[in-house]
Design a binder for this molecule. Sequence first.
Ligand code: 13P
Ligand code: SF4
Length: 352
Amino acid sequence: MANAEAIYLDLKTKLRDVVPDVELKIKSEIAAQIIELKKKRNAVILGHNYMEPALYNSIPDITGDSLELSRAAAKATADIIVFCGVRFMAETAKILSPQKTVLLPAKKAGCSLADGITADDVRKLKSRYPGVPVVTYVNTSAEVKAESDICCTSSNAAAVVESLKGESVIFLPDEYLARNVAMETGRHIIFPSKTPGSDTTIDKVMIGWNARCEVHEKYTVEDIENVRKQFPDVVILAHPECSPEVTGASDFSGSTSAMIKFIRQSKAPRYLLLTECSMGDNIAAANPEKNMLRMCSIRCPHMNEITLEDTLDSLQHTRYVIEIPEEIRMKAVRALERMLAIAPSVPNNPID
Ligand code: 13P
Ligand code: SF4
């Protein structure tokens, strides 16, 4: 049996200022059972950067952003991949590693972006703009990926768009990420779903969609101004799923791992993260000398469905198994592999 006491002592060192002792003791016991079962069943656990601190710092073999975890899933050699993240991430793992059993510890753990577009929507856009390449954010269903030419994540979106030979692209489904990437790549953006008849002949067009992340859409420039008034020395980091007004008023914008790296490598007296709150806890735990301000009234309900208890159940009862029809998978894998051929990135390990 993995040593619950050793896990507790390790978690206590990392999380003493973040999680009360009483909770750490309970969570260490569960983490010990998970680690034991993980070995027995030859499983690997992938944990997204948004996982709650006790889970994030105990059971994952690899932590990271969507791109890093996709790469890890593609290379996995274990029989089982347990994905501590949301459904689109677990589906991506299954598409890339079809021989593995991929488990998502919560039944739904969806995403407002993935729910914001269907494969039929993409087919309609393709017939309206024939020949224009379709770039889809990985925060989409397998069926939507199957209709796409190439996928992207928050860490390689601009590189993916620039890699395409044509000047115009269809970029789906996140309105704000599309606006941010359009600015970065010098494209004019249009939203045919919002304004029918808004087609244009302007060169370098980005055709967007109007789905949004229910977490990042809530941050405002006013939030930033208020925090800066109170803490003039604060450095503000915003995920690119925030509006361009918010990313423009921030000091840095990048994927979840890019934000972690930025804070690790810089020396500001305090930071504010405009992203899921658990990540602020994880960064505070890894950088105790840094002062992290958090805005925790906005949470991702989907990421927060993944708990240590459910992860243990998942391994004990082999649930919830991700299945993707082979004809969908075969089409979706092309778009993902095309993306993975673009920008390499290195997973960060919670243990170091
Ligand atoms: P990252 O790829 O930056 O980790 O983002 C995933 C996500 O869902 C952010 O809300
Ligand atoms: Fe989806 Fe937003 Fe949650 Fe990320 S934070 S999983 S984009 S709803």
